[in-house]
Write a protein that binds this ligand. Structure first.
Ligand SMILES: [Zn+2]
Ligand SMILES: [Zn+2]
Length: 171
């Protein structure tokens, strides 16, 4: 007995060699041939991968995602363990998505002429006072460039001055 594959429309012997098994079918076989089935599942995987990548990006920009990321850095992010997820989300949602130093908004990062900023999809969580740790009172949102300039050398006030004088328009 031959059967026309619903995918490629080719007539093939209706056996398990040519058609994939399907326990939920009376015939015990799918209406699609093995070749097409393989092709479709490959495409399904690709589509899914794209979907996961996109949702991964969305996750990375969400307060939960950022919190998990900060936590995963472990010892390099002091204080984060003292800040609960709820506290973090509350803090994050009260923030304007804008660099506290140069004023660049999160949406502007993608079009930044600064390669470092352009490579980022979100603002970074910066410590107001370096090495004091990540807890609501000591956190702020900054672009990667300002955060890098500030590092543990400049104070918030100094960084603001540098950003206003030299970085605005370049980041
Ligand atoms: Zn086929
Ligand atoms: Zn900035």
């Amino acid at each position: 007995m031959k059967r026309t594959c619903s995918g490629c429309q080719q007539s093939k012997p209706f056996t398990a060699k040519h058609f994939r098994k399907a326990n939920d079918r009376k015939s015990g076989l799918k209406g699609i041939c093995v070749v097409c089935d393989r092709k479709y599942s490959a495409r399904y995987r690709t589509d899914n991968r794209e979907m996961y990548r996109k949702s991964g990006r969305k996750w990375a920009k969400s307060p939960r995602g950022i919190y998990c990321y900060l936590n995963s850095k472990g010892k390099r992010v002091p204080g984060i363990k003292k800040c609960s997820l709820e506290e973090f989300i509350e803090w994050y949602e009260s923030q304007e998505l804008r660099c506290v130093y140069c004023g660049t908004t999160q949406d502007e990062l993608a079009n930044s002429t600064d390669k470092l900023n352009a490579s980022k999809t979100r603002l970074t969580i910066d410590q107001k006072i370096a090495r004091q740790g990540y807890f609501p009172e000591n956190m702020c949102l900054a672009c990667s460039r300002c955060s890098m300039v500030k590092s543990d050398i400049f104070s918030q006030e100094e960084t603001k001055e540098i950003a206003t004088k030299y970085l605005v328009g370049r980041t």
